[in-house]
Design a protein around this ligand. Sequence first.
Ligand SMILES: Nc1ncnc2c1ncn2[C@@H]1O[C@H](COP(=O)(O)OP(=O)(O)OP(=O)(O)O)[C@@H](O)[C@H]1O
Ligand SMILES: [Mg+2]
Length: 394
Amino acid sequence: MARPVRDGPRPVPGLRWMAVSSSTAVPSSATGPATPGPIAGGTADGPVALTSRAPHVPADRLVAEMVPPPRFGSVRFDNYIPDPNQPSQAQAVTTLGAFAAGLGGEAAAGTGRKRWFRREARPAAPTGPRGVYLDGGYGVGKTHLLASLWHATAAAPERKAFGTFVELTNLVGALGFQQTVQTLSGHKLLCIDEFELDDPGDTVLVSTLLGKLVDAGVALAATSNTLPGKLGEGRFAAADFLREIQGLSAHFHPLRIDGEDYRHRGLPQAPAPYDDDTVKRVAHDTDGASYDAFPDLLDHLSKVHPSRYGAMCDGIRAVCLTGVAPVPDQSTALRLVVLADRLYDREVPVLASGRPFDELFSEEMLNGGYRKKYFRAISRLTALARDGKGLAEG
Ligand SMILES: Nc1ncnc2c1ncn2[C@@H]1O[C@H](COP(=O)(O)OP(=O)(O)OP(=O)(O)O)[C@@H](O)[C@H]1O
Ligand SMILES: [Mg+2]
């Protein structure tokens, strides 16, 4: 089933691609062994190479994308099933429902009429922190709940924003600080998923930004695997930024969510890695698949800003990788974590040969300051590998 090799990646409608030179770009004359490159048949339905993509993302797209990602498009408080053995889960739904109601959300709608007649019964202005901070382990449903809060808040999508912490800092990078404050100040709610402080720059930037937004009356909600007071620990000299970190914590009321990783609750193990031929076959047989050699992809990630990894995955419906191996260093590992997050958000199944995903990160990495990110990435990639199983067997 040899197919002719094409010159470039298959273009995806609606997105501007900036071509980059890449060690994996396969010349049309290439006949050598499988360095995956963009291959397509006469039907133009072969796989694309992620390594051929370095999209330019305009600032207005970054703003427009501040909504829950596809995976969390239809989540609601109603379809969150609290674990009866973990009372904090049902409690979180109640607290967040009330929070949405306070912002004029779903639950408030039922009380509006009564209030019309009983003006004196209006609740007193809330005191204490205006924000809520969901803290808990991997896969306990924090993002599900945060997105449910976004959906339940009665405001037009342009007046409520949802993004990861990294996306928020990227937005500031693209728009500039003042413009970001101006853009978000008119919002009713800002939801920040995966709140984390990686360096002093972010710490100062975000503590100033959130202070201004809170002053402007924006309600905040965040999720994290780390309590606000412990942010930055093990990553930089967080003790030197106590003022900023304490200032940040003061905006939030922490809400702990206990439980096990829902992604793996009662589910079968992820499949063992496939052989190269299977990965190649699936890449060619699956519409919208990408096909890359893992080391080349890691190399490519270092040349594309992580804020563009999401756009890099536009239109991709399965990621096929050959030669997965432990990542060589921390910077590479952190970039891979961002890619895993974007694939997970977009529900893109992954099919790979080489080593299993739980061998990606070294012992040292798994014991270091970024360990939570690495464990989260393993959890997510394992879930995506399980989703990819159907493609290999189908
Ligand atoms: N109690 C629940 N009821 C229904 N679905 C759930 C529940 N908990 C989690 N899920 C689903 O499981 C998946 C993982 O949940 P989610 O991503 O919200 O976890 P998380 O706590 O944000 O994890 P992470 O720490 O990796 O960010 C999602 O698809 C979510 O919709
Ligand atoms: Mg999450």
